[in-house]
Design a protein around this ligand. Sequence first.
Ligand code: HBI
Ligand code: FE
Length: 277
Amino acid sequence: MFKDFIDSAEISPPVAATPPAGAAADWTVPQHWERFTAEEHAVWDLLFARQQEMLRGRAVRAFAEGLDVLRLSRPGIPELGELNARLHARTGWTVVSVPGLVPDDVFFAHLANRRFPAGNFIRSRDQLDYLEEPDVFHDVFGHVPLLALPAVADFMQALGRKGLEALDRGVLDRLARLYWYTVEFGLAREDGALRIYGAGILSSFGESRFSLESAMPRRRPFDLAEVLRTTYRSDAFQTGYFVIDSFEGLLDSVLEADLDALYEAVAPLSDLDPARV
Ligand code: HBI
Ligand code: FE
């Protein structure tokens, strides 16, 4: 569900119910920044430089501003102590390290508490465009800059709460679609131009261009009920995207919605194909 790129086979890593050895009950682990190798830091720097260039004029304006929270005193993979001091001062969010994918309830509980779980590993140089699981580049470069924006910070926390509620009600697949088509693969209209805000695109060299410039994918105005009905695939570029007008509007639409009523209303309706014409 987290591959940034096309032509990689779908792999769903089994998720253990109990945290692995060395992890806390909430699945967090110490970052141990000093244990990353020079090569791992170099991969971060390479990805950062390449993606920063690619996103100029493609990402929403707030992304470039938020990237400042990642400009730390040392190059390489961000040291979370220093990063968190900056991020927390902006919006009260922190980033915590986790070994990899964590169970849904653990993931949403972190979001509900304004903590973003980041994989404590980085892809290798010969797999720059291939991810099986979200690594520190996807999680920190893709997600963290916009968490410095109050409306996105609040939206992510709201998704954490709604995620826990959806789990209780057995409708996580619906909430996951909302997460997917906003936080991961969302587009926004800014001053009439299409821009990227979804972390899955922001951290993907190929999809950055594809999502905006390809004639292939369908781009629809964001509509909550429609999103809840729309399937997605995680092993290729998206065939459809949803476009928001503003983060405040997105936040309000989710805060003001009666999600339980919406889940019921869409339950009998067919799923929608994101590429439908
Ligand atoms: N774990 N580390 C990590 N990162 C995620 O993005 C994540 C997860 N566990 C569950 C999960 N996402 C999904 O269920 C949501 O994206 C819907
Ligand atoms: Fe992500």
